[in-house]
Write a protein that binds this ligand. Structure first.
Ligand SMILES: [Zn+2]
Length: 246
């Protein structure tokens, strides 16, 4: 059986036969990897740390017919700050679930890996969860080729001078005239400016953006609608986040 190594961030782990776990990683070299890890509960297991979400590890794997097998792991970076705050944990889980749901095994994207790692580091450093989550989702949508149109009307392609509305089916923001022919949610100037900003600013520098909390929520809500419509994803962590801030 062929073996390989990869650097990966743990996204999710679920129970599997006995003390085994199936762990989903996002790796720099191979994109999403799902692997069985054995003997997790045993004392001295080198794999115990790896099944913790958001751990960054050097992974040693054996390729399998269905699932690969994790034979060894070397911890590179851990983020104990993330589970220490429910909100941070909620947004990190949202990012992990989104990554797992939107990617397929064997399709590597070093750019997405780098953005994911930078986003997890930013959350651990105390950056605002809604901003990090929205910026990450925009980067992911961009890499998948389904980013929302924000700079101009997605229907008539005119510059957006007046009020703007978001319409998922149109693929982004639309102008008032195009809206007359269909629905759409009004998007405030602050949230629009923020969405532009999120595309330009790396995760570790989001702190520099001047943002009102309601603008951050509005921007994230728009990104969520876009994800739901264009990727068809329903994320379980959304419910968790809703319970935190009703
Ligand atoms: Zn238009």
């Amino acid at each position: 059986m062929p073996t390989y190594t990869a650097t990966g961030l743990t996204l999710l782990a679920r129970k599997f036969k006995g003390s085994q776990r199936v762990v989903t990683f996002y790796t720099r070299e191979r994109g999403k990897v799902e692997a069985v890890a054995s003997g997790i509960g045993k004392p001295g297991s080198s794999l115990a740390g790896v099944v913790e979400p958001f751990a960054l590890s050097r992974l040693f794997l054996v390729q399998g017919r269905d699932l690969d097998r994790l034979t060894q792991a070397q911890a590179l970076e851990a983020f104990p700050q993330i589970p220490a705050s429910l909100e941070t944990y909620g947004y990190a889980s949202w990012i992990a679930e989104l990554t797992s749901g939107a990617t397929e095994p064997g399709q590597a994207s070093p750019d997405l890996f780098d953005f994911l790692l930078a986003s997890v580091r930013a959350l651990a450093a105390g950056e605002e969860g809604p901003l990090v989550a929205a910026a990450y989702a925009l980067a992911l949508l961009e890499l998948l080729g389904v980013a929302p149109v924000l700079e101009e009307c997605a229907v008539c392609r005119e510059a957006l001078a007046g009020p703007a509305f978001y319409q998922a089916a149109a693929g982004g923001l639309i102008c008032a005239e195009c809206r007359a022919t269909g629905g759409g949610i009004a998007v405030g100037g602050g949230a629009r400016g923020l969405l532009h900003g999120l595309r330009r600013v790396p995760p570790e520098r989001l702190r520099g953006l001047k943002v009102r909390p309601e603008e951050a929520r509005e921007a994230l809500e728009l990104v969520r609608r876009h994800l739901g419509y264009h990727l068809g994803l329903t994320l379980r962590s959304e419910e968790f986040l809703r319970q935190l801030s009703p």
